[in-house]
Design a binder for this molecule. Structure first.
Ligand SMILES: Cc1cc2nc3c(=O)[nH]c(=O)nc-3n(C[C@H](O)[C@H](O)[C@H](O)COP(=O)(O)OP(=O)(O)OC[C@H]3O[C@@H](n4cnc5c(N)ncnc54)[C@H](O)[C@@H]3O)c2cc1C
Length: 368
């Protein structure tokens, strides 16, 4: 196996590096920029480059390019901290979900806006009483004639305050096992009855929101895929979400800064840098395997676990290198206090280990 990029891939990486540096110079740098760096303007520029929907099939308006090209671009943009959050969720998840499960009229209505970098989507999954256990969610979508009537509350909904659409997971039935009664519904955020309350986290980021739905009415045709099938559809989406380069590279810029500043005369520090550099490369191989569909089904849970735990070890290293200075309010301290989130978002490490044990290794399930 040759791990080097081809000359064409190398040229794409160089181009992405330039685009990223230019974007950071104009819009600023963010830690974990696929979730914290929002620029509607930059999303349109990425669309003009053909970098949104790069790997989607050509018949759906995508670029039809290999998944490795998206990895190369994503790694450079996120490593530099370029603000890609306005397009990333939809490029990674909503577009592929609509291509896999949506009807042709839904694809025609929603994909062009994503591809043009003109629409931002948020993911309405988690609730105050339902995070890891998605099947316990309570937000209801009750059918009334030609409409769904939605009531309930979501939380931790990144970008709900600026999103055009919410990809909502709601309960359409209470009969039968809980995971069989949930469905995926597209909810335009301009619909009356939606109240969004931003939450400021301790790093002062404000992408999180609480979203309250009170008698929100959307057409019945906004259901994506099969009614009651959200659990299976969402698990497929989460495979897209968990195994990507965004789970590894988010604080690479801070790692480079710290490695330059570290006291490399100290053998323990040298060993730590070598261990982190090694882990990054191992994580990258895991991501490449996911991207090339060479990993076993469900293995993205292990990839996510390994990669995001690496990101936390980078944050610990930053703390040791910067010492007392890390208590000042700057990029480094923000990177450190942000780090616990890496192993929570997209599924916690505990839950990833359960998936690995049960689905990949076939270990017995704990009796419930
Ligand atoms: C930065 C960030 C961005 C996010 N963005 C979004 C978003 O855009 N949209 C959205 O819907 N959600 C979002 N989330 C929410 C995220 O998906 C949830 O926080 C996550 O799924 C965990 O759910 P919870 O917080 O309710 O924790 P819980 O599920 O209550 O878990 C609490 C603890 O119990 C453990 N635990 C739970 N179940 C098990 C089990 N079966 N076995 C072993 N241990 C278990 C967990 O590991 C954890 O330690 C985001 C979170 C973060 C940090």
């Amino acid at each position: 196996m040759d791990f080097a990029w081809t000359p064409e891939q190398g040229a794409l990486r160089d181009q992405a590096r330039e685009v990223a540096a230019d974007a950071v110079a104009r819009f600023g740098r963010s830690n974990d920029s696929w979730i914290n760096g929002y620029s509607a303007e930059f999303a349109k520029e990425l669309a003009a480059l053909g970098w949104i929907g790069l790997t989607w099939p050509v018949e759906h308006g995508g670029g039809g390019r290999p998944a490795v090209d998206r990895l190369i671009i994503g790694e450079e943009l996120i490593a530099a901290g370029a603000p890609i959050a306005a397009m990333w969720f939809a490029d990674r998840q909503m577009g592929p979900a609509l291509i896999a499960f949506g009807r042709p009229d839904q694809q025609a209505e929603f994909l062009p806006g994503i591809l043009a970098g003109e629409t931002t989507w948020c993911i309405g999954m988690s609730e105050p009483e339902a995070g890891s256990d998605l099947a316990s969610l309570k937000t209801s979508a009750r059918r009334d004639g030609d409409e769904w009537v939605i009531n309930g509350q979501k939380i931790w909904t990144s970008f709900a305050a600026v999103a055009d659409y919410c990809y909502l997971i709601g309960r359409t039935s209470s009969d039968g096992p809980p995971h069989q009664g949930i469905s995926e519904i597209i909810v335009p955020m301009s619909t009356p009855g939606i109240e969004v309350r931003p939450i400021t986290d301790m790093t002062t980021n404000r992408h999180f929101c609480e979203v309250f739905f009170t008698d929100v009415r959307v057409p019945i045709t906004n259901l994506v895929g099969v009614e009651g099938n959200a659990f299976k559809q969402t698990m497929r989406q989460l495979e897209h979400e968990r195994g990507g380069i965004d789970r590894l590279v988010s604080n690479q810029a801070l790692f480079r800064l710290a490695a330059e500043r570290a006291d490399t005369a100290d053998p323990l520090t040298r060993q730590e840098i070598a261990a982190l550099e090694t882990a990054y490369r191992v994580g990258r191989i895991l991501v490449v395997r996911e991207v090339l569909h060479q990993a076993p089904a469900g293995f993205s849970a292990a990839t996510k676990c390994f990669c995001t735990e690496h990101e936390q070890r980078v944050a610990d290293f930053l703390g040791r290198v910067y010492g007392a200075e890390a208590t000042l309010w700057n990029d480094v301290s923000r990177g450190i206090v942000y780090a616990p989130g890496y192993t929570i978002m997209g599924g916690t490490s505990n839950v990833m280990r359960n998936i690995l044990g049960e689905r990949v290794l076939g270990l017995p399930r704990e009796p419930r």
